[in-house]
Design a protein around this ligand. Structure first.
Ligand code: SAM
Length: 246
């Protein structure tokens, strides 16, 4: 999968993504991360890319021309118009299902704004998806773009070394993951739950599923409403919740 990131700060994005799992995936050619400097496309002789907002108000607005020409350079190079995401607090909130869905694309353009944002006219022309990474305002779209590249890349086949780990993690099936433990068996007076040392895989799986459900009920009850639970699991949850209320 190929990411094309349009930004005024290409070094920030490139450096942030060249380590650990995503860096290795790029080295192996499973993903490519191309950071395009919007400033390289300005026709302004002083290399300016922003100007005052019409109508007044605080801050500067990124101008349409350099953004459009940077986008067009990608489209011309790859020979088609791929989905183009504008990272913005005005978008729908990014989610795991969306990461999975976007991982099916061959190419994806991520457009990072800065300052007060980008001239609306170029957004109307090139953007297919408006995406936010949460209900807060950041100084630029670079961190959100990095968040998206990381989450989407993990869903690209071969990026995670253990095929399992992408499908058993938090948010799969609208449940959070069960608690995890590693050596030693006892740390700071706390023991690993005995069932995990039993070697009985069926019992371990059942315990993990139960823990997932209880943890989701405790931390993300909103998710649990969408999870598929068996009648037995619903009964267990009801019983635990009643016990807690006592
Ligand atoms: N004036 C804009 C508004 O009120 O909608 C906010 C501009 S923000 C200071 C600068 C840039 O940061 C935006 O153009 C966008 O690319 C990025 N950004 C800020 N918060 C974001 C968020 N929660 N999710 C995605 N991108 C965000």
């Amino acid at each position: 999968m190929n990411f094309h990131i349009l930004t005024l700060f290409p070094d920030m994005v490139a450096e942030g993504l060249n380590t650990s799992i995503i860096g290795r995936a790029a080295d192996k050619g499973l993903v490519t991360i191309d950071c395009i400097n919007i400033r390289d496309y300005t026709l302004d002789k002083h290399k300016k890319v922003d100007d005052y907002p019409y109508g007044g108000g605080a801050g500067m607005v990124m101008q349409a021309q350099p953004v459009y020409d940077a986008w067009k350079s990608v489209v011309e190079r790859i020979g088609y118009k791929p989905r183009t995401v504008y990272l913005t607090p005005q978008g729908g909130i990014f989610s795991q299902p969306q990461a999975k869905e976007l991982a099916l694309e061959k190419d994806l353009i991520l457009l990072c704004g800065h300052y007060e944002g980008i001239d609306e006219r170029v957004l109307e022309e090139i953007v297919t998806d408006y995406v936010s990474i949460g209900d807060y305002v950041l100084t630029g779209g670079e961190l959100p773009a990095m968040v998206m590249v990381d989450a989407i890349s993990r869903m690209v086949p071969g990026v995670l070394t253990n095929d399992e780990s992408g499908s058993t993690e938090s948010l799969e099936g609208n449940l959070l993951e069960y608690p995890q433990y590693s050596r030693p068996e006892e740390w700071n007076g706390k023991k690993v739950p005995a069932i995990l040392l039993s070697g009985d895989h069926a019992k371990v799986d059942a315990w993990r599923r139960e823990q997932s459900i209880l943890r989701t009920a405790e931390r993300r009850p909103d998710l649990l409403e969408k999870a598929q639970l068996t009648e037995k699991e619903q009964a267990l949850l009801g019983k635990k919740l009643t016990e807690e209320k006592r």
